[in-house]
Structure formats: structure tokens, C-alpha cells
Write a protein that binds this ligand. Structure first.
Ligand SMILES: *[C@@H]1O[C@H](CO)[C@@H](O)[C@H](O)[C@H]1NC(C)=O
Ligand SMILES: *[C@@H]1O[C@H](CO)[C@@H](O)[C@H](O)[C@H]1NC(C)=O
Ligand SMILES: *[C@@H]1O[C@H](CO)[C@@H](O)[C@H](O)[C@H]1NC(C)=O
Ligand SMILES: *[C@@H]1O[C@H](CO)[C@@H](O)[C@H](O)[C@H]1NC(C)=O
Ligand SMILES: *[C@@H]1O[C@H](CO)[C@@H](O)[C@H](O)[C@H]1NC(C)=O
Ligand SMILES: *[C@@H]1O[C@H](CO)[C@@H](O)[C@H](O)[C@H]1NC(C)=O
Ligand SMILES: *[C@@H]1O[C@H](CO)[C@@H](O)[C@H](O)[C@H]1NC(C)=O
Ligand SMILES: *[C@@H]1O[C@H](CO)[C@@H](O)[C@H](O)[C@H]1NC(C)=O
Ligand SMILES: *[C@@H]1O[C@H](CO)[C@@H](O)[C@H](O)[C@H]1NC(C)=O
Ligand SMILES: *[C@@H]1O[C@H](CO)[C@@H](O)[C@H](O)[C@H]1NC(C)=O
Ligand SMILES: *[C@@H]1O[C@H](CO)[C@@H](O)[C@H](O)[C@H]1NC(C)=O
Ligand SMILES: *[C@@H]1O[C@H](CO)[C@@H](O)[C@H](O)[C@H]1NC(C)=O
Length: 485
């Protein structure tokens, strides 16, 4: 802020070389401007303090500061990173809104002053605050709540007349856990004796400890569950349940010990939510967590027609917990997966599985209806899609279907019947791939078919039908015609 006029004046001086009368006049003007600038800054700065853009010092040995220094809005308090206050005997408190505007504050030193009180909300708006030195003040007590949300590298509190009380025992624990190397800490007992906190001058004062009634919260969708949290500690702690959104209805009772949390009619959407129980008293806090696992029947939420990727892909999304076992039916017959056709899960998100039935160079024999069956011990879901990859090069898919119908009986939509026999159609699909001989056979059979003119006309009509909509109806029609004739 104050940097540019100074730089500018210095540059002028360089330019003009040794000062000449004109330059001297200019020079005085320069200092005048600079002085005014400084005055402006100073006026925003409290008396007995010195301010720069980033720092505020209030060091006057006979300082008369009675409240925490506050800058006017025009002075950009958000840029201040360091506040250093010393020897202000009349400064007794840091109140709720005193430090609020210094959002970028990093170091706060208030030493050898008269502080007795710091609001528990004083530093709520100062996330960068990491160094606090409050040594040599008049604190007899200080709440942990003022500092608990801060990520401090230093919290210096020595030289205060703290009273031996459970209210300050957090300081010992805080310093032991965060700054293990800090010096010993003293308090005054009821007889004004100076006692080390190491000697445990306060009884019935300890960290809370929590225990959940289960480590494994596994529930079936639609059921209800109650989780219990037992907390010990002295003074007796308050208990709170902490979790991100739970969509299921839930209610809690934290006035009892153990505290309870009941979740009703549990939704599968709540699977994976972490539930924590937090107990807190003036000394500190403890927490325990458990992951909610919801078991539920599979649900196929997405199944679409194939699209060409590196391989062809029939995309799907399935939800289910435990992970559903996925099987496919091709035209109602179990599809045996192979190096040419296989299921691949691409993305797993909690209990959602997104993947593809991948097909490597599918041909006309792969055309047809694909049914995805997803199953786990809680149930089953299925969904179908019609796939058309390629026109039959040999003329007619009619004969393929005819032969298949004669050899293996009526194609059926009954999955149970077909799930456990080895599937001749699919294995043919795979082994016939790029097989010149079978194509020749198809051609011959196709030519033979031409003899039956009536049938040919019928076929042409049907072929146009397949071009326009290669859906389920087309292939069903194909099955039915030879059986009727
Ligand atoms: C506080 O001290 C400053 C100088 O240190 C002085 O200018 C100011 O008048 C004093 N204010 C009061 C209220 O005594
Ligand atoms: C700070 O808060 C205390 C107690 O709430 C009050 O007595 C005091 O006047 C406040 N100080 C200032 C400067 O607002
Ligand atoms: C204030 O903060 C800066 C940067 O975070 C650090 O380098 C400096 O040592 C701190 N001052 C004190 C007195 O700790
Ligand atoms: C706290 O501030 C005082 C006064 O500036 C200083 O003497 C002391 O070294 C500081 N303590 C630490 C640990 O930085
Ligand atoms: C706390 O600060 C330290 C370094 O000062 C940093 O490594 C750590 O990630 C911070 N923790 C949080 C929760 O911000
Ligand atoms: C308490 O004793 C320690 C070590 O003997 C000393 O450093 C500290 O200043 C004393 N505190 C008070 C308030 O007398
Ligand atoms: C949690 O419960 C599930 C189902 O009841 C069980 O399979 C699993 O082994 C349990 N895990 C632990 C750590 O108890
Ligand atoms: C616990 O219940 C109280 C009162 O019914 C409610 O205000 C609070 O939000 C609940 N807490 C949670 C985590 O659901
Ligand atoms: C349970 O929740 C489902 C949807 O999440 C709802 O359809 C059903 O009616 C609920 N059952 C009860 C008993 O509340
Ligand atoms: C569960 O999530 C799905 C989408 O992820 C949403 O459509 C459904 O409504 C949710 N169910 C409940 C009970 O919130
Ligand atoms: C399956 O998910 C869809 C939404 O994705 C939902 O409408 C349907 O109710 C779900 N079915 C079951 C059985 O949960
Ligand atoms: C996981 O699914 C949830 C909702 O179903 C969604 O909000 C979240 O973004 C998904 N996460 C990833 C990594 O896809």
C-alpha cells in the first residue's frame, strides 16, 4: 500500500542525478504526498498503535488501549496477518467480534497485558490463525472452545495466574497432544500455591471416552436399527451424533446415557454413510464411528442398446448389496461368456455398478434380445434390450432361427429352464465368428430358400421391417413363422 509512492520518488531521484533546485522542490512535494499518505494510514490506526498493510503493533510501554484495535473498513483489515500487542494493562478482553474482520490473521500476540477473558467465538472467522501467544496476562481461566477449531502450531499461555480448576486441564492435554515438547504448566491452588499441572492438582477431571454398542452396523433395507453410544468422563460429557445426510427417517436421544440413534425403514441410499458419536466436556472430546451397511435386492437402473466403442458395449447400471451376480440371456438362452462376449464392470460407486456387456466384433448371429439378470441373496431383477449389430450377409436369418428351433425346440422366455444347460447357440455364435465355411452354408441354404417364391416375398417384407425397427417384435415374428408354417 505504502510502497509505490516511495518507489516512485526514489526513481525520480535517480533520474535527476544530484539534486538541483527544481529537483529539490519536486522532492519536497514528494515527501509531502508521502507524509499525507502516512497520515491517512495512521488515522485508520488506533492511537498508541502502528499499522502497515499487513501488521498492527501496539507496543507503547504506558499504553492506554482499552479495547482490541479495530481498523476502519477502508483500511482492508482482511490483509492483516500479524497483530502484536504488548504492555496494554487496560486491555482486558477479546470479545466476540473484535478479531472477526481480520480474516487473514496468522499470528496473534497479546503479551504482558491485562487480558482476563477471550470469547469462545472470538476466532471463529480466523481459519488461518496458527500462532497465538498470550503469555503474561491475567487469565485465571480460559475456555477450550475458543481454540478447538483452530489448527495451531503454537498456543503460549505461560505467565498467567490460572486457578487450579478443571476448566484449564484441557491446556495440559492439548499441549501434550499437539506440542509434546512444551514446557511445564502451572496453576494456583486454593491456598495460592503454585502447582505444576503434572501433579494432577484437580480430581474428577478427565477426558471423555465413548463406546458404540456395535462395530458392524449391517441392516437389511426397510428394517429399522438403533445404535447406542455410551460415554464416560468427568465432568459428564455432552453427546452428539454426527453424520452427513441420511435420507431414512431417524431420531435421536442424546439426553440419556447411553445415547441412542434410531433409523427407521432404512433406505438403500444410506448404505456407506459414516455415523459418529462425539462426546465432549470442558477437558476435551472423544469420538467413535461406524459405517452403515444396507443390504438390498438388486435393481437394474439402466440398460441401453449397444454402441460401438473399442468393443461393442451394451451399457448397464445395477445397484445391489452385496454385489449382485450378473448373468445374461441371449434370446432367452443363457449366454456363456467368453473372450468374445464378456461382462465388464467399469465403475463402482458404493453399491452402484456401472459396466458393459462387451462384444468383440459381433456379427448377425449376435443380434437379438439381451436380458440382464442381477441376483443376490435378497432378490433378483432383470431387464431386456434388443440389439442389432449387423445384417445377415447370407440373406436370411430366418434359417438360422429355423434350424435352431428344430434342434432345440421352442425358444422360451422361461429363464429357469435355460440357465443351467450349456448353450449351443451362444457357443455357435462364438465359434462361427469369421468362419467362411458356415457363411457358404448359409449362402447355399439361402439360395435354396429362393425356390419358395412366396416365402421370399414374405422374407423381403420382413427384412424391411427389421431395418426400420430391429426391436423385440421383429425377432419374435421370426421365431413364430416357421412354427406356424
Ligand atoms: C492514549 O495514549 C496516546 C499516546 O500514547 C495519546 O495520544 C492519547 O491521548 C491517550 N488516550 C487516552 C484516552 O488517554
Ligand atoms: C467485552 O465483553 C465484556 C463482557 O462481555 C464487556 O464487559 C466488555 O465491555 C466488552 N468490551 C468491549 C470493548 O466491548
Ligand atoms: C508470524 O507468522 C509468520 C508466517 O506465518 C512467521 O514466519 C513468523 O515467525 C510468525 N511470527 C511469530 C512471532 O511467530
Ligand atoms: C511470546 O511472546 C513473548 C513476548 O513477545 C516472547 O518473549 C516469548 O518468547 C513468546 N513465546 C514464544 C513461545 O514464542
Ligand atoms: C494443520 O497444519 C499443518 C501444518 O501447519 C498441516 O500440515 C495440516 O494439514 C493442517 N491440518 C488441517 C486439518 O488443516
Ligand atoms: C510457578 O513456578 C514456576 C516454576 O517454579 C515459575 O516459572 C512460574 O513463574 C511460577 N508462576 C507463578 C504465577 O508464580
Ligand atoms: C459384520 O457383519 C457382517 C454380516 O453380518 C459379517 O459378514 C461380517 O463378518 C461382520 N464383520 C465384523 C468385523 O464383525
Ligand atoms: C437429534 O435430535 C434433536 C432433537 O430431536 C435434533 O434437533 C437433532 O438435529 C438431532 N440430531 C441429529 C444428528 O439428527
Ligand atoms: C419405507 O420407505 C419406502 C421408500 O423409501 C416407502 O415406500 C415405504 O412406504 C416406507 N415404509 C414404511 C412402513 O414407512
Ligand atoms: C435414492 O437415490 C436415487 C438416485 O440415486 C433416487 O432416485 C431415489 O429417489 C433415492 N431414494 C430415496 C428414498 O431418497
Ligand atoms: C429401481 O430403481 C428405480 C429408479 O432408478 C425405481 O424407480 C424403482 O422403484 C427401483 N426398484 C426397486 C425394486 O427398488
Ligand atoms: C456416487 O453416487 C452418488 C449418488 O448416487 C453421487 O452423488 C456421487 O457423485 C457418485 N460418486 C462418484 C465418484 O461418481
Amino acid at each position: 500500500m505504502g510502497a509505490w509512492p516511495r518507489t516512485w520518488c526514489w526513481r525520480r531521484q535517480q533520474l535527476h542525478g544530484s539534486p538541483r533546485p527544481a529537483a529539490t522542490r519536486f522532492w519536497s512535494l514528494c515527501w509531502l504526498v508521502l507524509g499525507a499518505w502516512r497520515g491517512l494510514l495512521a488515522s485508520a490506526c488506533p492511537a498508541s498503535c502502528t499499522c502497515s498493510a499487513e501488521q498492527i503493533w501496539c507496543l507503547e510501554p504506558a499504553g492506554n488501549l482499552t479495547s482490541f484495535p479495530v481498523l476502519g473498513k477502508r483500511s482492508a483489515p482482511e490483509k492483516v496477518t500479524d497483530i502484536y500487542i504488548a504492555n496494554q494493562r487496560k486491555l482486558e478482553s477479546i470479545n466476540e467480534s473484535d478479531v472477526r474482520s481480520y480474516v487473514g490473521l496468522r499470528n496473534l500476540t497479546v503479551v504482558n497485558s491485562g487480558l482476563k477473558f477471550v470469547s469462545t467465538k472470538a476466532f471463529l472467522k480466523n481459519p488461518s490463525l496458527h500462532y497465538i501467544n498470550l503469555s503474561g496476562n491475567k487469565f485465571s481461566s480460559l475456555s477450550r472452545k475458543s481454540f478447538r477449531h483452530l489448527n495451531l502450531t503454537d498456543l503460549i499461555l505461560d505467565g498467567n495466574p490460572f486457578k487450579c480448576n478443571c476448566d484449564i486441564m484441557w491446556i495440559k492435554i492439548y499441549q501434550e497432544t499437539k506440542f509434546p515438547k512444551t514446557q511445564d504448566f502451572y496453576c494456583m491452588n486454593d491456598f495460592n500455591q503454585n502447582i505444576s499441572l503434572r501433579e494432577k492438582p484437580v480430581t474428577n477431571c478427565g477426558l471423555p471416552s465413548v463406546r458404540l454398542n456395535t462395530q458392524n452396523l449391517t441392516v437389511i433395507e426397510g428394517r429399522s436399527v438403533t445404535l447406542y453410544c455410551e460415554a464416560t468422563g468427568s465432568p459428564s460429557p455432552s453427546i452428539a451424533w454426527v453424520f452427513n445426510n441420511i435420507v431414512s427417517k431417524h431420531e435421536n436421544d442424546t439426553n440419556k446415557n447411553p445415547a441412542s440413534l434410531t433409523i427407521k425403514n432404512i433406505s438403500s441410499n444410506d448404505s456407506g454413510v459414516q455415523i459418529s458419536c462425539v462426546a465432549e466436556n470442558i477437558v476435551g472430546e472423544d469420538q467413535a464411528s461406524v459405517d452403515l451397511v444396507v443390504f438390498f435386492a438388486p435393481n437394474i437402473t439402466y440398460l441401453e442398446i449397444p454402441y460401438p466403442d473399442h468393443h461393442w458395449c451394451i451399457p448397464f447400471s445395477v445397484r445391489g448389496n452385496p454385489q449382485p451376480i450378473l448373468t445374461w440371456l441371449h434370446d432367452g438362452v443363457k449366454l456363456n461368456e467368453s473372450v468374445y462376449i464378456w461382462t465388464k464392470i467399469h465403475v463402482v460407486n458404493q453399491t452402484e455398478y456401472h459396466g458393459c456387456l462387451q462384444l468383440d466384433n459381433p456379427t448377425h448371429v449376435n443380434n437379438g434380445d439381451y436380458t440382464l439378470v442381477a441376483q443376490n441373496q435378497y432378490g433378483k431383477d432383470e431387464a431386456s434390450i434388443s440389439a442389432y449389430f449387423m445384417e445377415d450377409p447370407g440373406g436370411s436369418s430366418f434359417y438360422t432361427h429355423l434350424g435352431y428351433s428344430e434342434d432345440y425346440g421352442t425358444p422360451t422366455d422361461n429363464f429357469e429352464d435355460t440357465t443351467n444347460n450349456s448353450n449351443p447357440v451362444t457357443s455357435t455364435d462364438v465359434s462361427d465368428k469369421n468362419n467362411e465355411d458356415s457363411i457358404t452354408v448359409y449362402v447355399v441354404v439361402g439360395i435354396a430358400a429362393l425356390v419358395c417364391t412366396g416365402l421370399v416375398i414374405l422374407l423381403i417384407i420382413l427384412k424391411f421391417g427389421r431395418h426400420s425397427k430391429f426391436g423385440m417384435k421383429g425377432s419374435v415374428l421370426f421365431h413364430k413363422i416357421p412354427l406356424d408354417g
